[in-house]
Design a protein around this ligand. Structure first.
Ligand code: HEM
Length: 395
């Protein structure tokens, strides 16, 4: 990749890919780092749903797990333990938000909030304190939320090695004791992995899964807060239900930058021939901003989700055989966090804009969140349904 391209990509990745699309007649674009990007709905559909491009194991887990069946089982087991843990997550949110200062720096404050509320689901409270402390330190050091700063990433590598060692020890102990009904993500992963998978590999899967949950949930929360504040006059409640704010944030700023597949044989996408072994990606951002499928696509308009149908291609959680198994619970985790954050306060931001930076996905630039108490009586928590879909919940 040329230095100029790298700088532009780092500076504003979404503007970069928009520009590629404007200059492409077919919507099939060469990416400067190698491979191709599909910016149109139809070829994207073929790539993400076609059996030949999604056979065998998914690339999401790398080589950690031996078969596709085990990959699927791990995803489902983690989703189920998160779903079962929603009441505890809600309770943790209430106390974490109560301790949040009225002025906080994001996205770091959101990352800490999400980590704190999920920490008991990562390692249940009965886990030896040393292992839990090690996980907390790893989160602080940037193991869960990747820092854009190189020196912090180097520090995270050291913390990562330590937490993997601590988790490996927990895997060994739990295997000796036997695992019953899953109490946390580690039990869920252990229960889904084959008995002969090395303790250290199970520990790595556990950490990978926790990052796969916490990082996009925190990024989606940060985008939801930022975009809703930028598009509403401060000092009054947001006019949209939390669920619509989150859905529109996931459309406007989908977290995954590209969804990649390797093509097994020479294939033609919209008239462009792609060779066997080439990497081909779908850009959720381009699909979510296609004016042929979305009205006013560049506007952030949560109210477009008041209608249940008639939307354009929407793939914040991917599509096809390798789509995210945690989509529904993820939507709930973000919606619950947003609802808790806005409870009894007006939210406003300073220093933020809608441009993205690329970390593990698309994350917002730093901004400051202000929470100002209102006179309004707090709502009852029961107003938020388990799926965060209660249209009556307005913030
Ligand atoms: C806002 C939060 C989340 C976002 C935006 C998100 C997004 C995605 C996307 C786009 C993919 C597909 C990648 C591809 O097609 O290459 C994916 C895969 C996956 N996600 Fe999520 N995810 C989120 C939360 C979660 C949660 C809560 C879980 C818990 C179960 C989870 C577990 C997984 C797994 C296991 C896969 C791999 C699926 C497979 O290859 O079989 N994700 N996620």
């Amino acid at each position: 990749m040329r230095i100029g391209d790298r700088r532009r990509l780092r500076g504003d990745p979404l503007e970069y890919v928009d520009d590629l699309r404007r200059r492409s007649a077919t919507g099939v674009m060469r990416l400067p780092g190698g491979g191709w990007c599909l910016g149109e709905a139809e070829p994207a559909h073929v790539l993400l749903r076609g059996r030949e491009f999604n056979a065998g194991r998914s690339g999401f887990f790398g080589d950690l797990l031996p078969t596709r069946a085990v990959q699927v089982e791990v995803g489902h087991a983690v989703r189920d333990v998160l779903r079962a843990g929603l009441p505890d997550y809600r309770a943790a949110l209430a106390s974490a938000v109560a301790g949040l200062p009225s002025v906080s720096r994001w996205p770091e404050a959101g990352n800490r909030l999400v980590y704190r509320c999920l920490a008991d689901l990562l390692l249940h409270p009965g886990t030896p304190a040393g292992a839990r402390r090690c996980a907390d330190r790893a989160a602080d050091a940037g193991v869960v939320f990747r820092s854009p700063r190189v020196w912090r990433r180097a520090r995270a590598e050291v913390a990562r090695a330590r937490v993997i060692a601590a988790l490996t020890e927990q895997v060994r102990r739990r295997r000796q004791q036997g695992v019953g009904e899953p109490r946390d993500v580690l039990d869920a992963v252990l229960g889904a992995c084959p008995d002969d998978l090395a303790d250290r590999t199970v520990a790595r899967v556990h950490l990978m899964m926790f990052r796969a949950v916490a990082a996009p949930v925190a990024a989606s929360l940060a985008w939801s807060v930022l975009l809703a504040c930028l598009h509403h006059t401060p000092g009054s409640p947001w006019p949209w239900p939390a669920d619509q704010i989150v859905r529109e944030a996931l459309r406007h700023r989908p977290i995954p930058w590209m969804l990649r597949r390797t093509v097994p044989r020479t294939t033609t996408f919209a008239g462009t021939s792609v060779h066997a072994g080439d990497l081909v990606s779908v850009s959720p951002h381009l699909l979510h901003h296609d004016p042929r499928h979305w009205a006013d696509p560049d506007a952030y308009r949560p109210e477009r989700w008041a209608r249940s149908g008639g939307h354009g291609p929407y793939i914040p959680f991917g599509a096809g055989p390798f789509a995210c198994p945690g989509a529904s619970v993820a939507q709930t985790l973000v919606t619950e966090a947003l609802t808790a954050l806005a409870e009894g306060v007006h939210l406003s931001v300073t220093g933020g804009d809608a441009r993205a930076v690329m970390s593990e996905g698309i994350v917002p630039r730093p901004f400051t969140l202000h929470r100002t108490r209102t006179e309004r009586a707090p709502r009852h928590r029961e107003e938020v349904s388990d799926h965060g879909r209660d249209a009556a919940t307005r913030l």
